[in-house]
Design a protein around this ligand. Structure first.
Ligand code: ADE
Length: 420
């Protein structure tokens, strides 16, 4: 580990590669670069300290640069023990950014690093999964007074924040960046759809065509994974607990059934629910020989890995990101230790979708500063104009022009007098 007063990373030697990867991502993050240019001119984040617990990836590095362009000081750690790109963390450290993260963090280091970010006394927190907010509220409530607000990146984090709000435990305003249309319609659907399969393929190099893929959960992420799996020639089964989503899956042409029925049929199982123990021992026992298990939900509790480990006669690492469990004489493969496979075994979502997600983060920080002292301590959504603006910027960056309504059409949309 390379350690300095303001960083702890795997090895600074990887920094040149990290810089090249950050540059590569930037070339596909046009909307974020437009926000960065505006931030450079307008400096909306002057004298603001931003503490981040996000996946430390080449895309996140570009968000860090954008916030710094806006005048912020930044400190960052990871939000998952397996998702840090060590070369990117090294590049940030070499640039002088406060960064504590490495791939394969112990639980102890994970919380030690969160506390380094907390010691930086952030005015704004940016979370992916709510661990930073939760740690501040449970162990550092003294800090809350000086916090303007926070931003949350993911569905799981929003669920935790809403539970805090319901309990009266949430003590500063939070922006649900995940709920921006330009976040969840793209990042969760296209991003998770592609990067989850990318992770499973890098871990196993399995052929998807002709396989039966069981997708647990049909939210935006599950829809993306199911659709991309079908696109690669798999037969897809969806499991759900929510009847409307289950009906959608059925009408989208997928087979829908309980996990107990899907378990003996599947070759590959992918959980994306945000809930726990979707795949339990009663399912694992009846799976086919050689079944592959992967999770793409935020936490590593969707598959009962602890139960499988306990029941296993043997566990061995076949190669990076792939473990083989022998359970009751049968083989099961687990990708990325049951942690979110798209980041544990691949590089996370592609830069194009992170561009619009991270515009949301950057603009949410500026919004919090512009509205400081006027937002109450609950979960807020950004105004829909912000979504429109982000979509425009990314379309522009991709060289896509669209129509504008004519004056006649605008008037028509406002009238109730024209009918049959
Ligand atoms: N979450 C999913 N993919 C990501 C990425 N590439 N960077 C940051 N957070 C992510």
């Amino acid at each position: 580990m390379d350690t300095g007063s303001d960083y702890e990373v795997r090895s600074l030697e990887a920094s040149e590669q990290g810089k090249r990867n950050i540059d590569l991502a930037r070339a596909h993050m046009g909307a974020l670069m437009a926000v960065q240019e505006r931030f450079e001119r307008e400096k909306p984040l002057l004298q603001v300290r931003i503490g981040m617990a996000l996946h430390v990836t080449k895309e996140t590095a570009n968000l860090v640069h954008t916030l710094m362009a806006g005048g912020a000081e930044v400190a960052i750690t990871g939000c998952n023990p397996l998702s840090t790109q060590d070369d990117v963390a090294a590049a940030l450290a070499v640039e002088g950014v406060r960064v504590w993260a490495y791939k394969g963090e112990s639980r102890e280091d994970y919380y030690r690093y969160l506390n380094h970010v907390i010691s930086f006394r952030p005015h704004i927190t940016i979370d992916d999964g709510c661990d930073l907010v939760s740690e501040i509220h449970s162990r550092h409530p003294d800090l809350i007074e000086s916090i303007i607000g926070g931003c949350e990146e993911t569905t799981t984090g929003i669920i935790r924040l809403k539970a805090m709000q319901k309990d009266g435990a949430l003590k500063y305003p939070m922006i649900a960046v995940n709920d921006n249309l330009t976040k969840h319609l793209f990042d969760n659907y296209y991003g998770t759809g592609q990067s989850t399969l990318d992770g499973i393929l890098r871990a196993t190099n399995i052929l998807l065509a002709g396989k039966t893929v069981v997708v647990g959960g049909y939210g935006s992420c599950g829809k993306g994974v199911a659709t991309r799996s079908r696109g690669m020639g798999a037969n897809v089964i969806v499991t759900e607990v929510e009847p409307v989503r289950a009906l959608q899956a059925q009408m989208d042409g997928f087979r829908v059934m309980p996990m107990a029925s899907a378990a003996p049929k599947g070759d590959i199982f992918i959980t994306v629910t945000g809930n726990k123990h979707i795949i339990r021992m009663e399912h694992i026992r009846v799976m086919k020989e050689g079944a592959i298990l992967a999770n793409s939900g935020h936490f590593d509790i969707e598959i009962d890995v602890a139960g499988m480990t306990e029941a296993a006669e043997s566990v061995r690492t076949v190669r990076p990101s792939l473990q083989e469990f022998r359970v009751e004489g049968k083989t099961r493969y687990l990708c990325g230790e049951g942690r979110l496979v798209n980041l544990a075994a691949a590089e996370g979502h592609p830069s194009e979708v992170m561009s619009t997600s991270f515009c949301g983060q950057a603009l949410a920080c500026a919004y919090l500063v512009a509205h400081r002292n006027s937002l109450d301590a609950r979960v807020h959504q950004l105004p829909s104009e912000v979504d429109q603006e982000i979509a425009h910027l990314q379309l522009q960056a991709m060289g896509v022009a669209i129509d504008e309504m004519t004056a006649e059409q605008t008037a028509y949309m406002r009238t109730w007098k024209e009918g049959t």
